[in-house]
Design a protein around this ligand. Structure first.
Ligand code: MN
Length: 205
């Protein structure tokens, strides 16, 4: 289990075929203001890759771009709405097709309102991840080992979570509904970027 750190692009050919887990770290929560600093990727085989972008980056990243835009690669996210918007805004890519562990959790873990990644990993996989570095400066010249470990842990468990969540979605007959939500997610991210960030366009009011 190794965390690989790269500047400005993913090396070619480092990922096994199949679904990939994706997460991003940014300067903050307002996507057009707070630049994309790190994209984390895991192919589920045990290693994680971190791609860090410098201030003023053109986000050319041809290898990363090819992986993110590949329509045959399922992308696993936790709260993909945010990552999809950041990737769309800074790289111009719709990083789909999508699976979101937070949406899946909301559709089947109706006995709780705790759908954070830490809670999901604890309950479904019995592992403990630290969220201590979540609010840290991802834009500096050097990332600490604690930041790298944290960034990697955000993609480390998404394949295993998907396997567990899929069992429950099937058991409760909600897989089709989940898939429809996943398919809509890139459009929900587009609405965030286009000026409807917190407005529910489906609501009556
Ligand atoms: Mn993260």
């Amino acid at each position: 289990m190794t965390v690989h750190f790269h500047e400005e692009d993913l090396p070619a050919g480092v990922l096994a075929p199949g679904p990939i887990a994706i997460d991003t770290e940014t300067m903050g929560l307002i996507t057009p203001r707070d630049r994309l600093c790190v994209v984390q990727i895991s192919d589920g085989k045990g290693d994680e890759h971190l791609v860090r972008f410098k201030p003023g980056s053109d986000y050319a990243a041809p290898n990363l771009r090819a992986v993110l835009a590949d329509p045959d690669r399922l992308k696993l996210y936790h709260f993909g709405r945010f990552d999809l918007a950041a990737i769309k805004h800074y790289m111009g890519i719709v990083a789909a097709p999508v699976y979101c562990t937070k949406i899946a959790s909301r559709l089947i873990r109706t006995y709780t309102d705790r759908h954070g990644l830490k809670e999901l990993v604890r309950e479904l996989l019995g592992q403990d991840i630290s969220k201590q570095q979540q609010s840290s400066d991802w834009g500096g010249p050097v990332l600490s080992d604690a930041q790298k470990d944290y960034a990697a842990s955000d993609v480390r468990y998404l394949h295993a979570l998907k396997a567990e969540l899929d069992k429950r979605l099937i058991r409760e007959g909600r897989m089709e509904l989940a898939q429809a939500c996943f398919d809509f997610l890139p459009h929900r991210a587009e609405l965030d970027l286009a000026g409807w960030p917190e407005i529910d366009i489906f609501s009556h009011m």
